[in-house]
Design a protein around this ligand. Structure first.
Ligand code: BGC
Length: 247
C-alpha cells in the first residue's frame, strides 16, 4: 500500500489489515505517522511494517518490494497504488519541476509498483490484484491542476491497458475514483468554510466523503466479491462526476 501513512491510504491500511491482510505501510518523509499506524495495527494483533520509499524512484520501489516480501513471504498479492500529490498551478505559471513531480509520483510511481507486483506474481504463477487510487479527475478536467489531471487521465488508460495484459495471468486491475474526501491533501478545503461550501454544492450527495468510504470500496475491489471486475473505475464521489460543468 503506497502513501499509506495518512488520508485514504491510512484508512485503507486499517481496513485491509482489519480484514486480515498483512500490510506494508509505505510512506515518504516523516516516519511518525507510519510508525504510529503500524503500532496501532500490530497492537490489535495485525501484521504490518512501515517502509520508507519514494514510489517514483526505481531503486526505492525495488527495495520496498524486497522488504515487504522478506517480511511476509511470497509475492505481494495486492498492490494499492495510492501515493499521490497535487498543488494548484495555472498552466502559464506551471514550473516544469512541479509538472514532473506530480507525474512522477502519481503516474510513474503507479507504473513502477504495478510492474514489480506483476513480475513477482507472474514468476510465482500466482493470481493477485492491483487497485489504483485514481480520482474523479480521470474524467473531470480541473483548472489549475493540469498536471494532476494528466496523471489521473494517464492512470485510467494505464490501468485499463495492464488489465488486458494481466488478465491471462489471473491478475485483476481496478481503480477507485474518489471525489472530494476529508484528507490532508484537501486541508485547504477542510479549513476554509467558503471553499468547502462551494465544493459541497458540486456534490449531489451534499457533503465531502470520509476516507473510510473509499477504503470500503478498495476492500471490495481487492476482494473475492469483485472476482469479475477488471479494467473498471468505481467512482466513490457522492455523485460529483454527475454534476454538469463541475471543476
Ligand atoms: C483531489 C481533491 C479534490 C477532489 C475533487 C481529488 O482527486 O485530490 O483535492 O478535492 O479530487 O475535486
Amino acid at each position: 500500500m503506497t502513501g499509506a501513512a495518512t488520508g485514504i491510504g491510512k484508512a485503507t491500511a486499517e481496513r485491509l489489515n482489519g480484514d486480515g491482510a498483512a500490510v506494508v505501510v509505505n510512506f515518504v518523509g516523516d516516519p511518525e505517522p507510519a510508525d504510529e499506524l503500524v503500532a496501532r495495527l500490530t497492537g490489535r494483533g495485525g501484521s504490518a511494517i512501515a517502509v520508507e520509499g519514494d514510489v517514483s524512484d526505481e531503486d526505492a520501489v525495488a527495495e520496498l518490494f524486497r522488504r515487504g516480501t522478506e517480511a511476509f513471504g511470497g509475492p505481494i498479492d495486492l498492490l494499492v497504488n495510492n501515493a499521490g500529490v497535487e498543488a494548484p498551478y495555472p498552466l502559464v505559471d506551471m514550473p516544469l519541476e512541479e509538472w514532473n513531480r506530480v507525474l512522477a509520483v502519481n503516474l510513474t510511481g503507479a507504473f513502477l509498483c504495478a510492474r514489480e507486483t506483476a513480475r513477482a506474481l507472474i514468476a510465482a504463477s500466482e493470481p493477485g490484484a492491483i487497485v489504483c487510487v485514481s480520482s474523479v479527475h480521470e474524467v473531470i478536467p480541473w483548472p489549475s491542476f493540469s498536471h494532476y489531471c494528466a496523471s489521473k487521465g494517464g492512470m485510467k488508460l494505464f490501468a485499463e491497458t495492464i488489465a488486458r495484459e494481466l488478465a491471462p495471468h489471473g491478475i485483476r486491475v481496478a481503480s477507485v475514483g474518489p471525489g472530494a474526501i476529508l484528507t490532508p491533501i484537501n486541508h485547504e478545503l477542510v479549513e476554509d468554510e467558503d471553499k468547502r461550501r462551494e465544493v459541497e454544492e458540486q456534490i449531489p450527495w451534499g457533503r465531502m466523503g470520509e476516507p473510510e468510504e473509499i477504503a470500503a470500496a478498495i476492500a471490495w475491489l481487492a476482494g473475492p466479491e469483485a472476482s469479475y471486475v477488471t479494467g473498471a473505475t468505481l467512482f466513490v464521489d457522492g455523485g460529483m462526476t454527475l454534476y454538469p460543468g463541475v471543476t
